[in-house]
Design a protein around this ligand. Structure first.
Ligand code: SAM
Ligand code: SF4
Length: 316
């Protein structure tokens, strides 16, 4: 289905949980995360009904996210059913990777072919600092499991943070020479869960081009501008979510774990799906698509996102 500006909505990001095994400083607070009651969450059946409703409106691609989707006990059943939904031809998952040693092969068996793994640093001390809880060696084991499982596409996502990991641009990009993966640098977004970083931490991804003059431009793919290092197996992607937004070509809607459709990542506007049957959900999705704003307006280090939700409550 097209929105009022002629953008075709073909991509759904489905958040299956707000809970997470980590507490990344740019994403969610260290403490005080209230666990939603079961009755407030979409059930597995409602999630699959929502995916069917979205497919009936022309959605072909689903990305399963969270919170950390691999903490959801029924994640494999959800993935299997999403992959089997008629009309859905492309299903991926976004994960911090820690549970991939346990899940990578099973996700492949479900039919899932793409995995995005968050990796902001290659230094153990920094990994522990940024995630508050995690271990870099566990994240690397997760990446290695994904490589062994044979996914079609593995992308490593690094949020670029001035004074934290901007000196690691070359080392992170060099992973594309070591493994058949894309490494994507993402601009830090001023979400409500991100209370830790001062304005100087926000830096445009053009910094990556300055740090790596050897990068050669390739054809772009969706929201990422793509480049390649000499001899690399994968691409370096730049996602300029803040400095140069891509609202004009936005093709996505989001569903939160508590059952709200978000027409735009940064807008307050949400429509509730909970308790509806497929026809009711379809109607709400049509309303949401028609309510998609032209753009998210001004967003920078000083102007926060309009949504009160933190990223783990939306799904990134
Ligand atoms: N837990 C999974 C993970 O970390 O990949 C999936 C959910 S996480 C919310 C999805 C993505 O959002 C991650 O790549 C994370 O780095 C990104 N993210 C979270 N907060 C962000 C922020 N303030 N600015 C930019 N990206 C952010
Ligand atoms: Fe968890 Fe992902 Fe947010 Fe980190 S970015 S706290 S792993 S949801």
């Amino acid at each position: 289905m097209q929105d009022t500006l002629g953008r075709s909505i073909t991509y759904l990001r489905l958040s299956v949980t707000e809970l997470c095994s980590l507490r990344c400083r740019y994403c969610m607070p260290a403490e005080g995360v209230t666990k939603l009651a079961h009755s407030e969450l979409l059930t597995e059946e409602e999630m699959i009904t929502a995916v069917r409703a979205a497919a009936s409106l022309g959605v072909t691609k689903v990305r399963i996210t969270g919170g950390e989707p691999l903490t959801k006990p029924n994640i494999l059943s959800i993935c299997r059913q999403v992959c089997a939904t008629p009309g859905i031809s492309d299903t991926g998952i976004t994960t911090n990777g820690l549970a991939l040693p346990r899940y990578a092969a099973a996700l492949m068996e479900c039919g899932l072919r793409r995995v995005n793994i968050s990796l902001d640093t290659l230094r153990e001390d920094r990994y522990r600092y940024i995630t508050r809880l995690g271990s870099l060696s566990d994240a690397i084991k997760g990446i290695e499991s994904a490589l062994s499982a044979g996914f079609d596409k593995i992308k490593l996502n690094a949020v670029l943070i001035g004074g934290f990991n901007d000196d690691e641009i070359p080392a992170l990009a060099a992973l594309t020479q070591r493994w058949p993966v894309d490494v994507r640098f993402i601009e830090l977004m001023p979400m409500s869960g991100n209370t830790e970083f001062p304005p100087e931490s926000y830096m445009p991804v053009s910094r990556v081009l300055e740090a790596l003059p050897a990068l050669q431009e390739e054809e772009s793919d969706g929201v990422a501008r793509l480049y390649r290092l000499p001899g690399a197996m994968g691409c370096v992607g730049l996602i300029s979510a803040v400095s140069q937004h891509f609202c004009g070509t936005c093709n996505r809607i989001r569903i939160t774990a508590d059952g709200h459709i978000k027409p735009c990542l940064h807008s307050r506007e949400e429509l509730c799906l909970k308790g509806l049957d497929e026809a009711g959900m379809r109607e709400r999705m049509i309303q949401a698509i028609l309510a998609k704003p032209a753009s998210h307006g001004v967003l920078n280090a000083f102007t926060r996102s309009s949504t009160p939700r933190s990223m783990n409550q939306i799904g990134g």
